[in-house]
Design a protein around this ligand. Structure first.
Ligand code: VGL
Ligand code: ZN
Length: 190
């Protein structure tokens, strides 16, 4: 089914764009194949959300050097999304409307925060703003998008996954992620 973003939003919705940062795109430190293609897929949603006065949240992975998610520090990833570097910046073609809120995560030294809901205060803020339904896309489908969608479902939000606006680190991981999201109650929007 082809969907028109303009027609999908209703009051009580919010748009959540996860980690569309240079380091997760081709040429970056932790490149996801075709990661940059999510920009063209998500911009119409961002544009529509702005026009419909739907709150927009853009998350960023924002690590200090020596972060525990880095292989050199006992984690599983190469050094990526170092605070204030070009690699950590949001993709330059991603629409960032005035009023969009940046959600920063991955700054803790004792643990990683893959989910945008992990100790960011986002769920309380959404509830306080009367948000019940979340449209989610971004990078990576099988890592931070997965963790965020599962948490969103757990927190009681109706989660709509924008599949065309996501890319996985691995194809197999992507398939498994979609299955887990479905089982958690998320709807996959093709
Ligand atoms: C992510 C790996 C490590 C992500 C963040 O945003 O999906 N992946 N840190
Ligand atoms: Zn990270």
């Amino acid at each position: 089914m082809m969907v028109n973003p303009q027609e999908m939003f209703r009051p009580g919705d919010a748009l959540l764009v996860v980690d569309v940062q240079n380091d997760f795109c081709p040429g970056g430190a932790l490149p996801i194949e075709h990661g940059d293609e999510v920009v063209a897929a998500l911009n119409p949603w961002i544009d529509a959300a702005q026009k419909r006065c739907i709150p927009i949240f853009l998350s960023r992975d924002w690590h200090p050097s020596g972060h525990p998610s880095f292989a050199a520090n006992g984690g599983s990833w190469p050094v990526h999304c170092l605070q204030d570097t070009r690699g950590a910046a949001l993709h330059s073609e991603l629409l960032i409307p005035e009023g969009a809120e940046i959600v920063t995560k991955g700054t803790r030294f004792d643990q990683d925060q893959l989910s945008v809901f992990d100790q960011t205060g986002l769920s309380d803020k959404l509830r306080a703003d009367g948000i019940r339904r979340l449209w989610v896309g971004g990078l990576a489908l099988d890592v931070c998008v997965l963790a965020s969608v599962l948490d969103g479902c757990r927190e009681g939000f109706d989660v709509q996954l924008l599949l065309a606006g996501c890319r996985p680190v691995t194809a197999e991981g992507g398939r498994e992620a979609l299955e887990k999201m479905r089982q958690a109650g998320a709807e996959i929007v093709e």
